[in-house]
Design a protein. Structure first.
Length: 165
């Protein structure tokens, strides 16, 4: 099964493709799609959508996992990230893959066993869990991989629970 993890943003959107087989997990590709902060929000969203759509068409994920926006104090910023999340979901579902959504604390909990971990801790745990020689860069990419890992863990847990029900 191939999972696409997405860490939405309006300037940088992290992505990570993971393959799960009987032999374990393999990082297929990760990175960020970017849009200039000098562009209008509409142009940025269009650029991010187009780039993500091309990746989805090329790598054809079976499932997609997207991180929910973190809302702290800046509601306007959170709403803009919500718009980026929406275009990520549109691009990801263009080929019919189901989408799951995860809160930032849930992703951190699944990957580091602590919901308050910082981005560097998440990055290092992603490296260790995938057996990578170097940490995935930039942090937006490692966050996206963490979202995919969270989804795979949740899917596995759901499978076990349904078998025991």
């Amino acid at each position: 099964m191939r999972v696409l993890g997405i860490d939405p943003g309006t300037i940088k959107m992290g992505y990570g493709f993971l393959d799960e087989t009987d032999d374990g997990l393999t990082l297929v590709r990760c990175g960020v799609v970017e849009a200039s902060p000098n562009l209008s929000i509409e142009k940025r969203l269009q650029r991010l959508y187009s780039a993500l759509l091309e990746l989805v068409k090329e790598y054809r994920p079976d499932q997609v996992a997207v991180e929910e926006p973190f809302v702290h104090r800046n509601v306007r910023s959170a709403m803009m990230v919500g718009e980026a999340k929406a275009i990520a979901v549109l691009a990801a579902t263009s080929l019919g893959a189901p989408v799951s959504h995860y809160a930032p604390r849930q992703v951190k909990q699944a990957v580091t066993s602590y919901g308050g971990s910082d981005k560097k801790q998440v990055q290092e745990m992603v490296r260790l869990q995938l057996g990578l020689s170097a940490s995935p860069e930039p942090l937006d990419a490692s966050d996206a991989i963490a979202v995919a890992l969270c989804h795979l863990r949740q899917t596995s847990l759901d499978r076990l629970l349904s078998q025991n029900a």
